[in-house]
Write a protein that binds this ligand. Sequence first.
Ligand SMILES: *[C@@H]1O[C@H](CO)[C@@H](O)[C@H](O)[C@H]1NC(C)=O
Ligand SMILES: *[C@@H]1O[C@H](CO)[C@@H](O)[C@H](O)[C@H]1NC(C)=O
Length: 413
Amino acid sequence: MRAWLWVFAVALVGSFAQSLGAEQRAHTERISGSAGDVLEDNPVGRLKVYVYELPSKYNKKLLQKDPRCLNHMFAAEIFMHRFLLSSPVRTLNPEEADWFYTPIYTTCDLTPTGLPLPFKSPRMTRSAIQLISSKWPYWNRTEGADHFFVVPHDFGACFHYQEEKAIDRGILSLLRHATLVQTFGQRNHVCLKEGSITIPPYAPPQKMQAHLIPQDTPRSIFVYFRGLFYDVNNDPEGGYYARGARAAVWENFKDNPLFDISTDHPTTYYEDMQRAVFCLCPLGWAPWSPRLVEAVVFGCIPVIIADDIVLPFADAIPWEEIGVFVAEEDVPDLDTILTSISPEVILRKQRLLANPSMKRAMLFPQPAQSGDAFHQILNGLARKLPHHKSVYLKTSEKVLNWTAGPVGDLKPW
Ligand SMILES: *[C@@H]1O[C@H](CO)[C@@H](O)[C@H](O)[C@H]1NC(C)=O
Ligand SMILES: *[C@@H]1O[C@H](CO)[C@@H](O)[C@H](O)[C@H]1NC(C)=O
């Protein structure tokens, strides 16, 4: 019953696609309204960034010790550093800087199996701030309000991968005034500070490029997902991991022929996403995952299952229009929700996803390209200028508490 409905939908989408193909080729579609324009903003000339020079123990040495840090989903912190060093927005004169950047690699501490741990990050961050605030006068002027930090771990500057513990810690107190550039985004959450810039996780651009298949390949998979449904090691009783949403996907749809879902990661993973209409992007430990990036890059409509998620560059990317949002509690109705989306709506989302500016904004390529995620971060920082006069503190006015937090975090790095 469901299967024939779906076949019908595919046929419809196919014929729509054919009739619209010519029109689509005639002009590259831009996102309507201001969204598309914002994505194409050029940050050069709109802000100047000063990059602090730190001893290599805060950055390069860590990478030398474990080069795998370049390949995991938090690698944006390293590539952002490299990007800024040669970016035209960089200034060598701190007196003219709008923003100050402290290059610390907070997630480059990997377990033998490659899992990045954030437990040393508070100590490293505090130590770096101590250093810049004693060596240069700029931190003390605002206690960091014109400084930004890239903190890409699961819960950003809360520096823990389990939500409850991250919430207990809260955002490292020394970062209270700074702008945080982070993958984590969830509304009304202690780990998301107002004014933070939410970015996509790092996904390897060359590798994705190498797996592209012809654009006109039919999308014969209705719903696609690869990944964990349960995390038995870290959540033995179940229900905590993904707040039970992934488990609900498995329990309800493991035998549904419309759902191509499994824990196996096939070598054709990227190709399969290009053959799918919908790609599930449920929360895991954190609300976000690299699937968001992969879905956009591979033109698969992201089905976002993560209540209150704040998506990357949400002020520039029309996520509501390209994706489908399903409340965590509605997962049992996922089949009905997705099969009742009309072919016209599917086609419109696919056409928006085909817009190259959308894909570019999701990636951190080397070398950088205009409109990529690096540029979107700079655009986000530029939109926050000028800094409000109130961020400049009076002499001797101090707000931040340098001794808050566990004693172990207070040691120099
Ligand atoms: C900034 O303030 C800290 C703490 O009050 C102080 O130790 C440091 O010397 C100040 N930095 C500069 C450059 O004056
Ligand atoms: C700073 O934090 C420490 C540890 O939580 C606390 O003992 C101290 O009273 C705080 N200082 C101020 C000025 O709030």
